[in-house]
Design a protein around this ligand. Structure first.
Ligand code: HEC
Length: 217
């Protein structure tokens, strides 16, 4: 008998609890909801532009602390200089604040950089433009890219470094964007190498030292 009474009591208690929690579902109430697991729905925080007493000047939107690094892709050179903030020629290929392409590579060009550019060129550009840059890459040979630019065309030789950077970064005509594949510094290194490659095609026997020129004859 006692057992039966206790089972009934426990049953009634569970029923009441279940009804208490679930029974009012769907009812409208102006009171805050019952939160079994409040997660982080409510927390102490400062909303932007809201007055507060946390900071001395009473404003929640503060200037960035000293030493904050701007968005972008900072590039540190061997000399310790840091380049590459959002609106700088290194990131855009443009003279800051204008729509004019920069004439020259904004990163200091050194032998290591040209070597790196050589490697990158052979990986990222040669499949279409050919290792010589003359437009005879494998994609032309197998017929998937019928008209690839010859990078020794006078038009491209006289193009500013900034415009080539823009072509590489965003693509142009039939050429897709290479920017997403190559870090910024590598794109500039590739351009430095491309300049060396173009220069090598412009050489003549007059550029040879006297002894070598004599040996030619
Ligand atoms: C998938 C093939 C492909 C790859 C990879 C490629 N290019 Fe091109 N590139 C082209 C084609 C095709 C053109 C001609 C685009 C047109 O005129 O429609 C071109 C044009 C150019 C031009 C001339 C743009 C102009 O203003 O006429 C330059 C400069 C150039 N590419 C540089 C590069 C460099 C540097 C790389 C490597 C980082 C590269 N390209 C990688 C296919 C490619």
């Amino acid at each position: 008998m006692r057992l039966i009474i206790s089972i009934l009591l426990i049953g009634a208690a569970i029923g009441a609890a279940a009804f208490g929690i679930l029974g009012f579902q769907g009812k409208l109430s102006r009171k805050p909801p019952l939160e079994l697991f409040p997660d982080m729905d409510r927390q102490a925080k400062l909303r932007p532009m809201e007055p507060n007493h946390f900071y001395a000047n009473g404003v929640s939107s503060q200037l960035p602390p000293a030493g904050t690094v701007a968005r972008g892709e900072p590039i540190q050179t061997t000399t310790g200089a840091v380049y590459g903030f959002e609106d700088s020629p290194v990131n855009t290929g443009l003279v800051t604040g204008t729509t004019n392409f920069v004439e020259l590579n904004p990163l200091p060009v050194a032998a290591e950089m040209i070597q790196r550019g050589h490697e990158r060129f052979d990986i990222y550009c040669a499949p279409c433009h050919g290792k010589l840059g003359d437009g005879n890459g494998i994609t032309k040979k197998i017929g998937v890219m019928p008209a690839v630019a010859n990078l020794h065309d006078k038009r491209i030789v006289v193009m500013t470094d900034g415009e080539i950077f823009s072509t590489v970064t965003h693509g142009k005509g039939l050429m897709g964007a290479v920017g997403p594949l190559m870090p910024t510094a590598d794109r500039w290194a590739t351009i430095a190498y491309l300049r060396a490659l173009q220069l090598s095609w412009l050489g003549s026997t007059n550029d040879l030292p006297a002894e070598q020129k004599a040996a030619l004859k």
